[in-house]
Design a protein around this ligand. Structure first.
Ligand SMILES: [Mg+2]
Length: 314
C-alpha cells in the first residue's frame, strides 16, 4: 500500500467514524453493539439523534476547512484557518463544541481568542482540536516529526488555549505520520512521547501505555487525554478497521469524536479497501461556511490525494 492509499484511508476512515458515532453521542457504553450485535451485518449507518444516515459532524466539517485552507494557501496560514472556522461557526452548524463556539464567536483576533478563553475559563483541554487533525497530519507528515508536531500545536491553539490539547494533537500528528509511512504507530510510541513537551509527557505516557484501558480514564472522553488514549487502545486491541471503530463506538460518551480519531488512525493502518462500502456509500458532509456545499466520497478522495501529493516545501 502506498502513501496516497493510506492517506485516503485516514481521511475517509475518520469521516466514517464520525458519521457512525454521531447518533450515539453522549450515550452509554455498549449502545452501538446493542443496536448492531452482528459485525458486518449492515445497517449501521442509520442516522438518529438529529443526524441523517451517513451525515458527518463538526469533526469532519472543521477538518475539511483545514484541508482546504492548507491546499489553497500551499501551507499553514493560521489567520485563514481561523477565518474559515469563524465563517463555519456563524453558519449554524448542527454541532459545535462549547469551547470552540466561545472562542470563535468572541470577536477577538485569531491569535488572542483561544488564550483569552483559557484565561477566563481554565478549561480548554477538550478533544475539539484532536478531532479535526487528520488532514493536517496527512499534509505535514512528509516534513518529519518535529515539523508535523509543531503544525499540530499551532492549529490546535487557534481554538484551545490549554497546551495539553496542543500536545495531544501533536501526538496524533506523529502517530499518523508513522502510520502513513507504513510502520506501526503503536510500536513507535516511545519516540513520539519523547517529542512531547516535558510538562505533558507523563500524563500522555499513562493513557498511551499498553496496560491502560478506557475504564481507567479520570475524565470524560470529551477530554483530550482519554480520547487519544481510547483511540490508541482501540487500534492496539483490534485487527481491522471495522473492529477498531466498533470498539471505539462502544465506549459511549463522545462517540463521534473517539470514532473519528480512531478511524483516522485505523484507516491509515489498514487502508481504504478495509473501510466497508456500506459505510462510505451514505457518507456525506454538509459543510457550513462553504455556501451550502455537501461533500461526498469522491471529494474526500481528491482532498486526500491533494494533501499527500502537494509540492514539497523543503
Ligand atoms: Mg462531532
Amino acid at each position: 500500500m502506498n502513501l496516497t492509499q493510506r492517506a485516503v484511508g485516514a481521511i475517509v476512515g475518520s469521516a466514517v467514524g464520525d458519521a457512525l458515532g454521531a447518533p450515539f453521542e453522549f450515550g452509554p457504553p455498549g449502545a452501538f453493539s446493542a443496536r448492531f450485535p452482528l459485525p458486518s451485518a449492515g445497517g449501521e449507518m442509520s442516522g438518529g439523534g438529529g443526524w441523517d444516515a451517513g451525515e458527518a459532524t463538526d469533526d469532519t466539517q472543521m477538518a475539511v476547512h483545514i484541508a482546504e485552507s492548507l491546499l489553497e494557501h500551499g501551507g499553514l496560514n493560521l489567520p485563514d484557518i481561523f477565518t474559515r472556522f469563524q465563517r463555519w461557526a456563524a453558519d449554524d452548524p448542527k454541532d459545535i463544541g462549547l469551547q470552540t463556539e466561545d472562542v470563535l464567536t468572541r470577536g477577538l483576533p485569531w491569535d488572542q481568542a483561544a488564550t483569552a478563553h483559557y484565561r477566563s475559563s481554565h478549561r480548554a483541554a477538550g478533544n475539539g482540536a484532536l478531532m479535526r487533525a487528520t488532514p493536517s497530519a496527512v499534509y505535514f507528515a512528509r516534513d518529519g516529526r518535529q515539523a508535523t508536531m509543531d503544525a499540530a500545536r499551532h492549529i490546535a491553539a487557534l481554538t484551545h488555549g490549554d497546551p495539553a490539547a496542543w500536545e495531544g494533537t501533536a501526538i496524533f500528528h506523529d502517530l499518523m505520520r508513522t502510520a502513513l509511512n507504513g510502520a506501526d504507530p503503536v510500536d513507535q510510541l516511545s519516540q513520539t512521547l519523547a517529542a512531547v513537551h516535558p510538562d505533558h509527557r507523563q500524563r500522555y505516557a499513562t493513557v498511551l501505555a499498553t496496560d491502560w484501558h478506557p475504564d481507567h480514564a479520570t475524565e470524560f472522553n470529551g477530554s483530550v487525554w482519554p480520547c487519544l488514549g481510547s483511540a490508541v487502545w482501540a487500534l492496539r486491541t483490534t485487527r481491522s478497521y471495522e473492529d477498531a471503530v466498533r470498539v471505539a463506538l462502544d465506549l459511549g460518551g463522545d462517540t463521534d469524536t473517539v470514532a473519528a480519531v480512531t478511524g483516522g488512525l485505523a484507516g491509515a493502518v489498514y487502508g481504504p479497501t478495509a473501510i466497508p462500502t456500506r459505510w462510505t456509500d451514505p457518507l456525506h458532509i454538509p459543510l457550513p461556511g462553504s455556501g451550502g456545499r455537501i461533500l461526498r466520497l469522491p471529494h474526500l478522495l481528491d482532498l486526500a490525494r491533494d494533501l499527500t501529493e502537494r509540492p514539497s516545501t523543503n
